[in-house]
Design a protein around this ligand. Structure first.
Ligand SMILES: Nc1ncnc2c1ncn2[C@@H]1O[C@H](COP(=O)(O)OP(=O)(O)OP(=O)(O)O)[C@@H](O)[C@H]1O
Ligand SMILES: [Mg+2]
Length: 258
């Protein structure tokens, strides 16, 4: 079963008299165990897409399905329930709670789900081990580096065993070596034989996109291309040059949007 599906999803924002179409008729299917990158110019609709994927926002038209469940069919409680259980979020600025230790931060989603701190601790510590931070479990975010904070955030995104991990610029605030570690971690999550998790990562880094299985290129809210990064990245490069030298004009197997 697909972890995530968009059927002709459009999201418009009303700004005064003006309508901004942030996402325009986008369809896609994300299967299990796939590491997907989302690239495109600033304002192309990447964050809008990620928010819709996680049920943080609702489409103006079209359908979003998470684990086969149409989000529009759910009431507020159902939506927050599926959001908590089926998606994990990783943000550019980590969004950790400063007064809590690393392991307590990892535990937070389970606490919101009604579990006790003591009962969640073993799993939280195990996840910190998985991201290489077993020795930092008792540290607060202020005592960690940016890369360590992001690894805590990744551990937190895993605690509910979600089908989909959604990451918006997870390497945007760390140096390139640390970015590499974060990418390796996300790759390991998506390709874990024992789990059925997919990772969708918005990124401005073409090097980061190159590490993924599949790249979605958004331009002006539309899906410009969807395929292996080796095929989609040249399309993105071509966006900036005149049509005559556009690599798309040379053909190739890229599924291009119109
Ligand atoms: N709450 C909102 N109200 C009105 N317009 C919005 C809102 N959120 C986003 N937009 C508009 O929708 C478009 C897409 O925005 P989005 O944040 O998805 O872009 P993005 O691809 O994530 O850009 P960036 O790379 O800069 O993060 C932009 O034109 C933006 O101005
Ligand atoms: Mg964005």
């Amino acid at each position: 079963m697909a972890q995530l599906e968009f059927r002709s999803v459009t999201r418009e924002y009303l700004l005064g008299q003006q309508t901004v179409r942030a996402l325009d008729d986008v369809s896609l299917v994300i299967p299990e165990r796939e590491f997907v990158s989302v690239i495109g110019p600033s304002g192309a609709g990447k964050s809008t897409m990620l928010h819709l994927m996680g049920g943080l926002d609702t489409p103006t038209s079209g359908q979003v399905l998470l684990a086969g469940q149409d989000l529009a069919a759910l009431d507020d409680d159902g939506l927050s329930d599926i959001r908590r259980r089926t998606v994990g979020f990783v943000f550019q600025f980590f969004n950790l709670l400063p007064m809590l230790s690393a392991w307590e931060n990892v535990a937070v989603p389970r606490l919101l789900d009604g579990a006790s701190l003591a009962s969640v601790k073993p799993r939280a510590v195990e996840l910190l081990e998985r991201v290489g931070l077993a020795d930092r479990a008792e540290h607060r975010p202020g005592e960690l580096s940016g890369g360590q904070m992001q690894r805590v955030a990744i551990a937190r995104s895993l605690i509910m065993d979600p089908g989909v991990i959604l990451a918006d610029e997870p390497t945007g605030n760390v140096d390139s070596d640390t970015g590499r570690q974060i990418l390796d971690l996300l790759t390991g999550i998506a390709h874990d034989e024992g789990a059925r998790q997919s990772v969708v990562m918005v990124t401005h880094s073409l090097d980061a996109a190159r590490c993924t299985d599949r790249t979605l290129l958004l331009v002006d809210g539309r899906m410009r291309a969807d395929g292996p990064p080796a095929e989609v990245l040249p399309v993105f490069a071509g966006e900036a040059v005149p049509a005559a030298t556009d690599p798309v004009a040379t053909g190739g197997p890229v599924r291009s949007g119109s």
